[in-house]
Design a protein around this ligand. Structure first.
Ligand code: MG
Length: 499
């Protein structure tokens, strides 16, 4: 079983920003602007989440995939904004508790201190590192002013298999360098379907380096901000009931999954065979007396027929109440969100498999065929601007955790294998982008449509080492020397100064 049910290898929908003259478009946007669509998502504003304008239209992409005859002849003219659902993507503010430390700590693969509550096992190393850092102040400043954002699949791992250079790259950033300093890095993946903690535990084991949930963003992580807008939501996708668990951890108070609805009325999904286990795990109630406020597709559907049927019933209902038919399906339609937009993802199969983007396009086409109008929806994940804004929040907060300074480093390096999401998103956001050859990209000198601006590298270790040398000097050593004499470590001038 691959580690990522939804690999972040995804291939972007053809209408990805790469084909929309994105740079000028992206530059023109700012947080809080509502240039494209004016109506906000319902809820309180001015507190809690930050709202980011979507970088792709909120309007369905279905028509370009459809033959004209499949569109209802009574098609109405599309209105830009019909209901109170606009194209801004709320993201959470990332305020985390502070755990001050500026030096390398001995940790096991799960990121836990080796001796909780006790002095670290290698106090000498910590003392040495802090002494060296107190001498090499200029280098330390530079090290704290750079950061890495790693895509995961195809960069650090293949499914649940380690890419060996990934382990070494993380060791260097976790303190095995001449300063003994932690160089900030976060993980930014379009993967989904499991709670962050479970994913980080799994990654820590594979990478043999600690991966903390507070430096980790998967496709649906920023969707936690929606918990302050909606109480009762339908969560779609993922294995079993894991996405319910994820949504509850995000703070959604009333999380309904399609199986709850099938358990209430099995005739809603005529082709579904419902097992006793599924029945026992479900939480049926009378959904004809209950309004569902939003649909959140967290992960890949495991049962397109059931999920699309239920989603469609809700979209056509009166304000999300099943067994009703909306008088005006547009104004009474509840909003729908998708955690990422990848059309395809490579798996063990010889050709890529359909991913959440394909599910969405299919749903949009069905909706348009039945109603004659386009479905408005919001898509999170790379290369959406909201995901990168959230990455900034997480990066600044992670800086506070490891260095006690809540600031965003200026020189950020995105390392990814997919030009259509990792690289275009990083380029648009002003990051340095590094494309590696260990995943999706197998091309020539650089990707033609979305070239990495910092270069193409055979693997993640080469990319990290090149970036470190650029920021910290060609002679920067990627190894911490336990036998070093801190007094003699710096330049002669420095050594003399402290003597
Ligand atoms: Mg990837």
């Amino acid at each position: 079983m691959p580690m990522f049910e939804e690999s972040d290898f995804g291939v972007e929908a053809p209408t990805s920003p790469s084909q929309l003259n994105v740079p000028s478009y992206f530059e023109s946007m700012s947080v809080g602007s509502h240039e494209q669509h004016n109506l906000p998502i319902p809820g309180d504003h001015g507190e809690g989440p930050i709202e980011i304008p979507a970088s792709r239209s909120s309007i369905s992409e279905a028509s370009k995939y459809m033959h004209n005859l499949s569109i209802s002849p009574s098609q109405k003219d599309r209105r830009a904004s019909r209901n109170s659902f606009g194209a801004s993507l709320p993201i959470p503010r990332s305020k985390r508790r502070s755990r001050l430390s500026s030096v390398h700590h001995a940790e096991d693969a799960d990121g836990q201190k080796v001796r909780p509550g006790m002095p670290p096992i290698q106090p000498t190393r910590e003392i040495l590192a802090s002494q060296i850092q107190s001498i090499e102040t200029k280098k330390v400043l530079k090290a704290k002013n750079m950061a890495f954002a790693f895509d995961i699949d195809g960069v650090l791992v293949h499914g649940d298999l380690l890419i060996p250079e990934g382990k070494r790259a993380l060791e260097i950033l976790n303190g095995d360098n001449e300063l003994g300093i932690k160089i900030p890095h976060i993980f930014l993946t379009n993967g989904s379907g499991k709670p962050e903690q479970a994913r980080c535990d799994q990654l820590s084991k594979i990478l043999q380096n600690p991966v903390n949930t507070e430096q980790f963003i998967q496709s649906h992580t920023p969707m936690s901000a929606l918990a302050s807008y909606y109480n009762s939501v339908l969560v779609v996708g993922g294995v079993g009931y894991r996405c319910r668990e994820v949504a509850e951890q995000y703070g959604f108070k009333d999380v309904i999954v399609p199986n709850d609805i099938v358990a209430w009325d099995s005739t809603i999904a005529p082709y579904r065979e419902f097992t006793e286990y599924e029945k026992a795990m479900s939480r049926p109630r009378d959904f004809s007396k209950h309004n569902i406020e939003a649909i959140l597709v967290f992960s890949d559907s495991r049962d397109y027929a059931t999920d699309i049927q239920i989603i469609m019933d809700l979209l056509l209902s009166e304000n999300g109440r099943l067994k009703t038919k909306a008088k005006d399906p547009e104004s009474q339609r509840i909003p729908i969100y998708f955690s990422q937009g990848d059309l395809l993802c490579p798996t063990e199969h010889w050709t890529p498999r359909m991913s959440q983007g394909a599910f969405r396009v299919g749903l949009e086409a069905m909706y348009k065929a039945m109603t004659g109008v386009d479905l408005e929806r919001v898509v999170y994940g790379k290369p959406e601007l909201a995901t990168y804004k959230y990455a900034d929040e997480v990066m600044a907060s992670w800086m506070e955790q490891i260095h006690g300074e809540e600031k965003l480093p200026e020189n950020i390096y995105m390392i990814g294998d997919n030009p259509a999401s990792d690289i275009i998103g990083g380029n648009m956001y002003g990051w340095n982008t590094c494309l590696v050859r260990t995943g999706v990209f197998q091309g020539g000198d650089n990707d033609e449509n979305n070239p990495a601006n910092f270069g193409v590298f055979p693997n993640v270790l080469e990319a990290v080492q090149t970036a470190l040398r650029k920021e910290l000097g060609d002679d920067f050593k990627m190894h911490f020397d336990e036998t070093v004499n801190p007094v003699l470590h710096g330049s002669k001038t420095d050594a003399a100064a402290i003597i």
